[in-house]
Design a protein around this ligand. Structure first.
Ligand code: FBP
Length: 260
């Protein structure tokens, strides 16, 4: 009987916080980066000093900046922001090459609802099998997107994303927050044994706003958070990391964290 590889490399007492840094590819450097966070070494430092459970890099960054201090999730597909039309993100790195760079998991984005989602299902299916053959988990970023998707954070569509991830064999799914714990708990239930990570999103107006989202996600039974901008765009990323860890691992309320 086939057993899925465990996500244990990325967990602390069953919970997790991952640092995502593929936005230079997905959005372009000018949209998200400043003089400091445009440097991948700065992000590697935040991941290590901030005690993250994993860091997400595309292969070029992994080759030149990954230093082994934090488990690596190699993102093996990506889409640039320039082309318009139905979204499609195709593989740019093999599973074998990801392993040679030290990957302890594979990351792959699927745009559920795109007219081209079948191509990503097919490709992820192959990648997931290769990852499992090598004993490492496959994490699916599942973002409902395309003309057919009216509301990408509705209870129904987020749960659908989670379920597609489970059925495709993802060991963890990275999905957007619905906005409240009740509706997000339906996504967590729909994900079954696939672990659920909330995807960070653009920087929230205040730290408190973002911490409230994370608290809601954890109350809904998620495993944790895969976050980029809300950490490395923060003026004090390590302080933000501490606050997030207090909510995720310490089960602290936002009030307790803010007052500390
Ligand atoms: P953020 O926390 O910065 O949103 O990062 C999470 C992430 O999934 C990244 O891995 C990815 O680059 C980005 O969001 C994609 O954002 P979108 O496609 O929603 O613009």
């Amino acid at each position: 009987m086939h057993k899925s590889p465990s996500m244990d490399n990325f967990l602390t007492n069953g919970k997790s916080i991952l640092l995502a840094y593929d936005q230079g590819f997905e959005h372009g450097p000018s949209l998200d980066f400043n003089e400091k966070n445009v440097d991948p070494s700065y992000i590697m430092e935040i991941a290590a000093k901030g005690g993250f459970n994993g860091i997400v890099f595309q292969k070029g960054l992994a080759e030149k900046y990954y230093d082994g201090r934090v488990p690596l999730i190699l993102k093996v597909n990506g889409k640039a922001a320039l082309a318009k039309g139905e979204p499609i993100s195709m593989q740019n790195c093999s599973v074998e090459y990801a392993l040679s760079l030290g990957a302890k998991a594979i990351g792959y984005t699927i745009y559920l609802g795109s007219e081209r989602d079948g191509e990503m299902f097919q490709e992820f299916g192959r990648i997931q099998e290769q990852a499992h053959e090598h004993g490492i988990p496959a994490i699916a970023w599942i973002y409902p997107r395309g003309q057919a998707v009216k509301d990408d954070t509705s209870k129904e569509i987020v749960a659908y994303a989670a379920r597609v991830g489970l059925e495709l064999g993802a060991d963890a799914v990275k999905i957007k927050y619905t906005g409240d714990p009740q509706s997000f708990s339906w996504a967590v239930k729909s994900a079954g044994k696939a672990l659920v990570y909330m995807s960070g999103g653009p920087k929230a107006p205040t730290d408190e706003d973002f911490l409230k989202q994370v608290r809601g996600v954890m109350m809904a039974g998620a495993t944790g958070l895969a976050v980029g901008r809300n950490v490395w765009q923060n003026e004090d990323p390590l302080r933000m990391a501490r606050s997030l860890k207090a909510v995720i691992f310490g089960e602290k309320s936002v009030e307790q964290v803010i007052e500390a």
